[in-house]
Design a protein around this ligand. Structure first.
Ligand code: MOS
Length: 725
C-alpha cells in the first residue's frame, strides 16, 4: 500500500485499543526470565559447542604469526578458526572493519580467532593459549591532534550554506562563538552481543541479538559469500540495542564460521570487557558553534561545525543534523568533518547526530540567551520556524515545539528560576534549573507484515520487526486488534525472524510508526479478503467485537473465514513523503539540579520532558522509552566517557565498573507529558517516532541547570565535579 497524504479517517482512529496505555504483552515473559535471548536458544538444538573470541592486543599493524598448537591440544577443543583458515571473507555493507581480522589489524580487540570447545570454560581457557606475534604500526588515536587533518564529508551535506553566513555573522550586534566537546560513548546495553549458529547443509540459521533482521541477513551472507536466501536470522527477544545491534558483529560471523569448522552448532557471547573495543561506539566530537543575533533575540546567522574521527571508510558523527533545521535564521552554515582515527569502529548510538549535536547547540542557545538578557525559553520561542529554513516551500508535517516549551515551563515552575546564576540555595546544595529543546528526525521506512485470521477468530501477525525492549509486540498487537475488531488477547504477534516479511526494523526511531503502518496495510488487505469471502462491500463493513457486519448482516470472523482461515500480506510504502515535508519530533526538557557547594557533587533532582511526536500509540510504553532516554541523558551529561589511551589506541574503561552509567539511586523524579497530537502527514497511524527523542536535548538541559546553580560554564562533557572546582 502506498501511503497517500494526508491520512484519511480509518479504523485506527476509533482508538478503542490504539492510544491506550496497555501493559507490554511480553512483560511477564521478560520479567520472569522466560523470554529466551539468543544465548539461551538451545531448546530445539542439541550438541551445542561453545566459541570464545580472541581479540587483537594491538590497535594497528599486522599479525606475523598465530600459533594455535597449544590451544588445539587443550582439553575439549574442537576447532580453531582464524582469517588464514576461514577461507575468503567479505565485508558487510554495514561494517567498517572486518569482523574477523588478520593479517592486517584495524583496531584493538578486533577479532582474530575463535576457539570452539565442548564447554565455555574450555574454550576460554584454550583461547588464552593462542600465541600471536604482531608487527605494530603507528596509529592515530587522538581526535584533538587529528582535527586539522579532518576532511569535509558528504554526510550532513558536507558544508551546507544558506544565505551568507560569514557576512551576517560579522555584522551581528550580538555574537557567540564557542567550542564544545563530547566524548566517545558506549551503548552499554544489558544483553551482550550473542549468537548461536547451526548449519544444515549449506543453510545457516543464526539465533542472534539484532535490531535489523534484513540488514543482518544480507551482511552475514555477504561476509560468508553465500546467498542471502541460505541465511535465516532469528531474534525474537533482545535485551537492549541502542544502535549497537543495528549491524551484525563478530559473535554472529564467528559463530557461523566456528559451527562450520566444528560441524556442530556453536554459540558465542562476547564478554562484557571485550564489547567496548570489539563492537561499535558513539564517536567523540569537537563542535564549534557561532550564533549572531539582533538585540531583540532574532537569530540572523547560525553556524555549526563538527569534527569526529573514524576508521578509514567509516562515517562521521553528524552532529550538525538538527542545526540545519531547528531554529530560524536567514544565514546558515553547517559543516561535518571527519578525521581518520585507528580507534574501534564508530557508528550509530541512540539518536546519532542529534544527541551529541544538541549537547552543544542547546548550551550555545542558553549562553546566547544570557548574553541578550532574554529568558532561554523565550529565546527559543522567538526563533521557532514552521518550515525548512533552507527551503521555505517545505513545511514541517507538524511542529509544536513552542507548546512543548510553554506547557513545560508552566508545569515545571520555571518562573521560580533565578536568571542570575548561583543565587538559589537549599542547605549545602546550590540549586539551578535548566532547559533544553529536543529535536529528532522522523524517518519512515517501507515495512511489510503478514496477518492471518483463523477459524477460531484469532489473528496472527508475522513480521521480521524486532522488539529491543521498546514495546513492538504490544503496539503491533494493538494495531491488529483495532483493525480487525478483536480484543487484544485474540492477537498473536510473532517477530524477529527472517522467514517473516521484511519490516522497517528497529533503528533511528522509525520502527514503531513504520512497522505498525505495515501491519495496518496488511490488515486493510485482510479486511478486503474477508469481505470478498462473504460477499460484503468492504467499504461499508464494520469489524467489531470479533464480528464483521454490513447493516443487519453479521458474521463472526471465524464463520466468515471458514475452517481454513484467510491470510493477507502487504507493505506500507511512503514514496517521496520526506521530500515534500520536513518531519521531526520535538521536546522541551526541564531539569533541576543540586550542586554541593563544598564538593561540587552533582545531583539531578527533577526532570520533565514534554514531547510532541504525533499520536502516541501506547502512552505507557512510550513513557518508558522517554524515561529511559532521559536517564541516558543524565549519563551523557555527568558520567559517561570512554577514556582513550592515545598511546596504544584503545578504550581503557571497557567494563561496567569503569564506564559509569546511571543506576536507580541516581534517578530523580522524572515526569513525561505527551502533547495530544495526530499527524496525518506522517503515516496512516498518524504517529511519529518517540524512542530516541527523549534523549535529545536532555544533557544540555542538565549542563544549563548546573550553570544556573553554580555560575560555572562547562563546555566539555561529561560535566564531572573536577570541572566545576
Ligand atoms: Mo538507533 S542508534 O538507530 O538503534
Amino acid at each position: 500500500m502506498k501511503f497517500d497524504t494526508p491520512a484519511t479517517t480509518n479504523p485506527i482512529d476509533q482508538l478503542k485499543i490504539v492510544g491506550k496505555p496497555i501493559d507490554r504483552i511480553d512483560g511477564p515473559l521478560k520479567t520472569t526470565g522466560q523470554a529466551p535471548y539468543a544465548y539461551e536458544q538451545n531448546q530445539e538444538v542439541s550438541g551445542v559447542a561453545y566459541g570464545y573470541v580472541v581479540g587483537s592486543t594491538i590497535a594497528k599493524g599486522r599479525i606475523i604469526s598465530i600459533d594455535t598448537e597449544a590451544a588445539r591440544a587443550a582439553s575439549g577443543v574442537i576447532s580453531i578458526v582464524t582469517a588464514e583458515t576461514a577461507g575468503p571473507l567479505g565485508l558487510g555493507s554495514m561494517n567498517t572493519a572486518k569482523l574477523l581480522g588478520g593479517p592486517e589489524i584495524d583496531h584493538y580487540h578486533q577479532a582474530i580467532a575463535v576457539v570452539v570447545a565442548e564447554t565455555f570454560e574450555q574454550a576460554r581457557a584454550a583461547a588464552q593459549k593462542v600465541k600471536v606475534r604482531y608487527a605494530k604500526a603507528v596509529g592515530k588515536f587522538d581526535l584533538v591532534a587529528e582535527r586539522a587533518n579532518a576532511k569535509l564529508t558528504n554526510e550532513g551535506r558536507g558544508e551546507r550554506l544558506t544565505g551568507d553566513f560569514r557576512t551576517a555573522y560579522a555584522a551581528a550586534p550580538h555574537q557567540l562563538d564557542e567550542v564544545y566537546r563530547t566524548p566517545d560513548q558506549a551503548h552499554a546495553m544489558m544483553e551482550p552481543h550473542a549468537s548461536m549458529a547451526k548449519w544444515e547443509g549449506d543453510k545457516l540459521t543464526l539465533w542472534t541479538a539484532n535490531q535489523m533482521i534484513d540488514w543482518g541477513r544480507g551482511d552475514v551472507a555477504k561476509t560468508l559469500g553465500i546467498p542471502k536466501a541460505s541465511v535465516r536470522l532469528i531474534s525474537p527477544y533482545i535485551g537492549g540495542g541502542f544502535g549497537g545491534k543495528l549491524f551484525v558483529r563478530s559473535d554472529a560471523v564467528l559463530a557461523a564460521l566456528g559451527a562450520r569448522a566444528a560441524k556442530r552448532p556453536v554459540k558465542i557471547a562476547l564478554p562484557r570487557a571485550f564489547i567496548f573495543n570489539n563492537t561499535t561506539h558513539r564517536p567523540a566530537t569537537i563542535q564549534r558553534i557561532r550564533i549572531g543575533c539582533t538585540p531583540d533575540g532574532k537569530i540572523t546567522a547560525i553556524g555549526h561545525e563538527t569534527w569526529s574521527g573514524n576508521l578509514p571508510g567509516g562515517k562521521p558523527e553528524n552532529a550538525t543534523q538538527q542545526t540545519q533545521f531547528m531554529y530560524a535564521g536567514p544565514n546558515r552554515m553547517t559543516a561535518t568533518r571527519l578525521a581518520v582515527l585507528d580507534l574501534p569502529e564508530g557508528n550509530a548510538m541512540r539518536a546519532p547526530g542529534e544527541a551529541p549535536g544538541l549537547m552543544a547547540l542547546e548550551i550555545a542557545m542558553d549562553e546566547m540567551a544570557e548574553k541578550l538578557g532574554i529568558d532561554p525559553v523565550e529565546f527559543r520561542i522567538i526563533n521557532d520556524v514552521q518550515v525548512d529554513p533552507n527551503a521555505p516551500e517545505r513545511p514541517y508535517s507538524q511542529r509544536q515545539l513552542i507548546k512543548c516549551l510553554r506547557d513545560g515551563a508552566a508545569h515545571f515552575g520555571w518562573s521560580k528560576r533565578s536568571a542570575v546564576p548561583g543565587k538559589s540555595r537549599d542547605g549545602r546544595w546550590l540549586v539551578g534549573m535548566g532547559v533544553g529543546a529536543g529535536y529528532r528526525g522522523n524517518p519512515v521506512a517501507k515495512s511489510a507484515a503478514r496477518v492471518r485470521l483463523d477459524a477460531a477468530g484469532k489473528v496472527t501477525v508475522e513480521t521480521d520487526m524486532t522488539d529491543i525492549g521498546t514495546g513492538s509486540y504490544t503496539i503491533i498487537a494493538q494495531t491488529a486488534a483495532e483493525m480487525m475488531g478483536v480484543p487484544i488477547d485474540k492477537v498473536i504477534v510473532r517477530l524477529g525472524d527472517s522467514d517473516f516479511p521484511v519490516s522497517a526494523g528497529s533503528g533511528g526511531q522509525w520502527g514503531a510508526n513504520s512497522s505498525t503502518s505495515g501491519v495496518y496495510a496488511a490488515c486493510v488487505k485482510l479486511r478486503e479478503a474477508v469481505c470478498k469471502a462473504v460477499g460484503f462491500d468492504a467499504s461499508k463493513a464494520q469489524f467489531a467485537d470479533g464480528r464483521v457486519a454490513v447493516g443487519k448482516k453479521s458474521l463472526s470472523l471465524g464463520e466468515a473465514v471458514g475452517p481454513k482461515g484467510l491470510v493477507a500480506e502487504d507493505a506500507i510504502e511512503f514514496g517521496d513523503l520526506s521530500k515534500k515535508y520536513l518531519q521531526s519530533t520535538f521536546a522541551a526538557h526541564f531539569v533541576e539540579v543540586g550542586v554541593d557547594a563544598a564538593t561540587a557533587e552533582i545531583r539531578v533532582r527533577r526532570m520533565l520532558a514534554v514531547c510532541a511526536a504525533g499520536r502516541i500509540i501506547n502512552p505507557k510504553s512510550a513513557r518508558s522509552q522517554v524515561i529511559g532516554a532521559m536517564t541516558m541523558g543524565v549519563g551523557g551529561a555527568i558520567m559517561e566517557e570512554l577514556a582513550v589511551d592515545t598511546r596504544h589506541g584503545f578504550f581503557v574503561n571497557h567494563d561496567l565498573a569503569g564506564y559509569e552509567v546511571p543506576v536507580h539511586g541516581d534517578i530523580p523524579h522524572q515526569d513525561v507529558i505527551f502533547l495530544d497530537e495526530e499527524d496525518p502527514i506522517s503515516s496512516p497511524m498518524k504517529a511519529r517516532g518517540i524512542g530516541e527523542l527523549g534523549l535529545c536535548g536532555v544533557s544540555a538541559a542538565i549542563a544549563n541547570a548546573i550553570y544556573n546553580a553554580t555560575g560555572v560554564r562547562v563546555r566539555d562533557y561529561p560535566l564531572t565535579l573536577d570541572k566545576l572546582i
